[in-house]
Design a protein around this ligand. Structure first.
Ligand SMILES: Nc1ncnc2c1ncn2[C@@H]1O[C@H](COP(=O)(O)OP(=O)(O)OP(=O)(O)O)[C@@H](O)[C@H]1O
Ligand SMILES: [Mg+2]
Length: 480
């Protein structure tokens, strides 16, 4: 009996989260066992304060995790093992303040955290166009915190830095649980209750990346933004634009990531060349080409352009042409690796992949779930093409397996490929659906506040690029 009680107290209850533990204490009180509840509560809080080394241990675990996981940036989907060193290639970003009295001012990355110490600006929003570098910015902040000697003052002032993807919060009962599941080793031995206590007591910076990728069925994310949880901690949320419209007012300061200016483009290509140990001249001259000026302000496109420049000297004029070229390289490499001809790769591996991307995009996700992966028999080979990373265990408790697209922009490009290959009727139907997906009817009038088209702009851009030759069809789409 004693063993069963001990098991219940030490193994079962902690996994259920603090809410359940409090319910358990309440139940004890209500069943005339208040003395047991009080002893238990006192015993547990004594236990917390006694273990003075827990904070240092947690800090150490987080720092080593970030140091191990964040030192590389993985840009090329077909080379998941070859990342760019963050330290060597990272270009400092400028952000523009879009709220408050200093609206319009430009700040450096680290300065977004400057005024939070004074008790204001606890909730910060960083928005940015697709692939403009939001995730890399979060990565750089967490990596800087993991290297205390090199970190700047603002980031150093935080006792704990927690970096999570918005999707990591789904299905969790508390932030502590999400940290245990996604950031700590299973056997680190830090009890959930102590972890939660440290989150309350310490100076914490919580960074949640990619609101746009996981805002649905995510109660905790909304509670954090609304200040219903960890209200007094600093929260930094990133998102693509147009996803947080009705939540903007919860953020004391809002920023957008600015596109690269000329100097930053130059720094980017120089660092790229140095990292690859090649001559920077061809990349520097590439920046002067009129036809690609637009593309160069985006760090992902610029990296892809450098990569293409290494493979080929021909330049790409539009974003669709650039992605089409990258796609072609991926297809060629896959054909070689899998010993197939390119047409076979297209037919048996890429078409199902377009479909997967389309379905993921419909759910505003960037993953393929295990149950969906089983719908096709050659899924493993589809993974080998390079757009999907190998299986990811998202929860150590539930052992759920899913497959991640390397980048949301690629999901959009592949989705657009799927839509471009639909027959005309089906495509127009998709457009109609998009047009009215979020419209609400008030007094018989459709209101367009939540209009879905803006969120789909990147896809629509790609579709127009892919269907360039079919002008009649484009005119029809545009008139919808
Ligand atoms: N500061 C930077 N220095 C150098 N390269 C960068 C930088 N920021 C981004 N990149 C390059 O651009 C790519 C895309 O960046 P990232 O994934 O951070 O964009 P994002 O804004 O999070 O995109 P999404 O909206 O799709 O989530 C990175 O993989 C990297 O190659
Ligand atoms: Mg991102």
């Amino acid at each position: 009996m004693a063993a069963a009680v001990l098991y219940f107290l030490t193994e079962l209850l902690p996994k259920r989260g603090s809410k359940d533990f409090d319910l358990f204490l309440m139940a004890l009180c209500e069943s005339e066992q208040r003395h047991v509840a009080e002893r238990l509560n006192k015993w547990l809080s004594d236990d917390c304060s006694e273990d003075a080394g827990t904070f240092e241990r947690l800090q150490h675990e987080l720092r080593t995790h970030y140091n191990d996981k964040l030192q590389f940036v993985y840009t090329m989907p077909w080379l998941p093992t070859e990342g760019f060193s963050l330290k060597e290639t990272f270009v400092q970003r400028r952000l523009r303040l879009t709220s408050g009295g200093r609206k319009g001012n430009e700040v450096k990355m680290d300065e977004i955290l400057a005024s939070v110490g004074e008790g204001r600006n606890k909730r910060i929003l960083v928005e940015g166009q697709p692939a403009q570098g939001k995730s890399t910015l979060c990565q750089a902040l967490a990596f800087a915190w993991s290297q205390p000697d090199e970190a700047t003052e603002n980031i150093k002032s935080f006792d704990l830095l927690i970096l999570l993807h918005a999707g990591d919060l789904r299905g969790q009962d508390s932030v502590g649980e999400a940290i245990k599941t996604h950031l700590l080793p299973i056997d680190c031995g830090i009890p959930l209750r102590q972890l939660e206590k440290l989150l309350q007591e310490k100076n914490v910076l919580l960074i949640i990346d990619a609101f746009d990728e996981a805002s649905t069925e995510n109660e905790m994310l909304h509670q954090l933004i609304e200040g219903k949880r960890l209200k007094h901690k600093t929260l930094l949320v990133t998102s693509r634009p147009n996803f947080l419209e009705n939540k903007q007012q919860h953020f004391e300061s809002r920023f957008t990531v600015e596109g690269y200016n000329k100097e930053e483009q130059l720094e980017h290509v120089k660092r790229y060349a140095e990292h690859q140990r090649i001559d920077p001249k061809p990349f520097i001259s590439m920046l002067k080409e009129e036809s690609i000026i637009d593309l160069c302000s985006n760090p992902l496109n610029l990296t892809l352009l450098c990569l293409l420049r290494e493979e080929d000297t021909q330049l790409m004029i539009t974003r669709t042409a650039l992605y089409t070229s990258i796609h072609r390289i991926i297809k060629q490499k896959a054909a070689k690796r899998l010993k197939l001809i390119e047409a076979e790769v297209e037919e048996s591996l890429l078409r199902p992949l377009y479909q997967f991307a389309f379905e993921a995009h419909q759910k505003n996700e960037t993953v393929v779930r295990e149950k969906d992966s089983k719908k096709v028999k050659n899924f493993q080979r589809i993974c080998q093409v390079g757009y999907l990373t190998n299986e990811v265990i998202i929860s150590r408790l539930q052992k759920e397996v899913r497959f991640q697209f390397t980048h949301k922009t690629f999901v959009e490009f592949l989705t657009a490929k799927h839509i471009a290959e639909m027959d005309r009727e089906e495509r127009l139907n998709w457009m109609q659906h998009l047009r009215y997906a979020n419209c609400q009817i008030w007094n018989g009038l459709a209101t367009h506040d939540d209009f879905n088209v803006k969120q789909n702009e990147p896809i629509l851009g790609f579709i127009f690029g892919l269907l360039e030759e079919e002008s009649a069809e484009l005119a029809e789409i545009a008139s919808l």
